[in-house]
Write a protein that binds this ligand. Structure first.
Ligand code: IFM
Length: 460
């Protein structure tokens, strides 16, 4: 590969002690990607169960029905998180496990599961960070229109109330939604995520209802858990034009508008960006009078998931806004083809700070997929992921030095897991999972993270 790594940015010398002592160190997971037990203890069907059952949806024809069997193996998994030395664990709650029909009858066994899981975290010194919605909507709600139906906002609030009443005595960190862009646009416009629709107007309406449900959930959670910290997690990209042309420059602004500002602007009280609204015309969602005010309810933190930058070219005729993401050559990439660009994280975080000035930011996901191999001697030498992690932690430090109020970093992910439309073909874990035997093996990257996190270690 003919890419260059700036030696001053290699990350090899990044040290935990150079971060503030109250910095949160974590790893992230999500329910559908790891739990399995899809038909156990009264769990209802989710849109991902249904999507996976449709031929051709998932690259390897798999599903999350078993996944990492975390539903049964969670003590071992939390032990592994503890072994890493993280002090926070981000997980998500499967709505259909608690409310199999989306609303109404409660499945106590589902609540008990999360209650035990949270106790397990606390016993191990792991601060629980709960995400309420990481994409597994009850199928019963999808049948009534899913997130395109405004009534799903009310259903989400009922679900939020149920969860926070039960877990709020122990869980103080809440994320309403994970990556609403993916829920809305991958699921309802590109059609490669559940529920698999391809309609831009629907995607925009879904997106609006997701943001509205977030805004309404914040005061609800705070009322029920007065000492709660509540935020939302967005997947954001630093965006630049693919060339010096005026057309590409304008395309990059449009793309940033729909990809980043469409979320950041309304959440920060600015409403939807006017330039994007003008492009969307009648596809733009119809708002009720209080919607924007509710979406802009102040939060305690902004969660940012950073993976890669996007370079944009003008693409006349390409829906929805005549832009295309261009593949740059000669750059380091993960097995997914995502460009590895730690400095892009600095660019993104400093841009958010400059334009929106959040009080507190957490990197709630950052990670990489490579072709990992379990060697006969039981090692997984994922040196690329280790280097990725080191360089992104060094980038996190540079962002902090530039004034970003970054308070924590969560590696994606604790375990190899069900990577949505890619099935089990993409491994993101710090721990390797043999999906035949369910054996977990800490990879070299996980071992490095554990060593890095050990307080007082000088040389790494
Ligand atoms: O696996 C996903 C996760 O569910 C959401 N953020 C991106 C990850 C990697 O694709």
């Amino acid at each position: 590969m003919n890419f260059k790594i700036d030696p001053s940015h290699s990350g090899a010398s990044v040290l935990r002690r150079d971060f503030p002592s109250d910095f949160r160190w974590g790893c992230s997971t999500s329910s559908y990607q790891i739990e399995g037990a899809a038909q156990e203890d009264g769990r209802g069907e989710s849109i991902w169960d249904r999507f996976c059952s449709e031929p051709g949806r998932i690259r390897d024809g798999s599903s999350g029905a078993v996944a990492c069997d975390h539903y049964h193996r969670w003590p071992e998994d939390l032990d592994m998180a503890k072994q890493l030395g993280v002090n926070a664990y981000r997980f998500s709650i499967a709505w259909p496990r608690l409310l199999p029909q989306g609303r109404g009858a409660v499945n106590e066994k589902g609540l008990d599961f999360y209650s035990r899981l949270v106790d397990g975290m606390l016993e191990r010194g792991l601060q629980p960070w709960a995400t309420l919605y990481h994409w597994d909507l009850p199928q019963a709600l999808q049948e009534q229109g899913g997130w395109a139906n405004r009534a799903t906002v009310d259903a989400f609030l009922e679900y939020t109330e149920l969860v926070t009443r039960r877990l709020g005595d122990r869980v103080k960190h809440w994320i309403t939604h994970n990556e609403p862009y993916c829920t809305a646009f991958l699921g309802n416009f590109e059609g490669n995520h559940a529920p698999g629709l391809k309609d831009h107007k629907t995607a925009l309406l879904v997106c609006h209802h997701l943001l509205l449900s977030h805004g309404r959930a914040v005061p609800l959670i705070k009322r029920l858990v007065p000492d709660a910290n509540v935020g939302i997690t967005l997947s954001l990209h630093p965006i630049s034009p693919a060339s010096d042309s005026v057309e590409d420059a304008a395309a990059a602004i449009r793309h940033d508008g729909l990809r980043n500002r469409w979320f950041l602007d309304p959440l920060h009280g600015r409403g939807y960006p006017e330039d994007v609204l003008a492009l969307l015309g009648s596809d733009a969602p119809q708002l009720l009078s209080n919607d924007l005010r509710e979406i802009a309810t102040p939060t305690d933190f902004l969660g940012v998931n950073y993976y890669f930058p996007e370079r944009i070219e003008n693409a006349p005729g390409v829906a929805p806004i005549a832009t295309r993401v261009v593949e740059t050559h000669g750059v380091e990439r993960t097995a997914f083809g995502w460009e590895v660009d730690p400095e892009g994280m600095v660019t993104l975080l400093t841009r958010i700070q400059r334009d929106y000035a959040p009080n507190c930011v957490y990197l709630t996901e950052n990670g990489s997929t490579f072709e990992d191999e379990l060697l006969p001697d039981g090692r997984v030498e994922d040196v690329q992921r280790r280097s990725y992690l080191q360089r992104h932690l060094a980038a996190a430090q540079r962002a902090m030095a530039a004034g970003v109020p970054l308070k924590g970093y969560f590696a994606w992910s604790l375990l190899d897991n069900f990577e949505w439309a890619e099935g089990y073909l993409r491994r993101f874990g710090l721990a390797y999972v043999d999906f035949e035997t369910q054996q977990r093996t800490l990879k070299a990257s996980g071992q490095w993270y554990a060593q890095f996190l050990q307080p007082g270690e000088a040389d790494r």
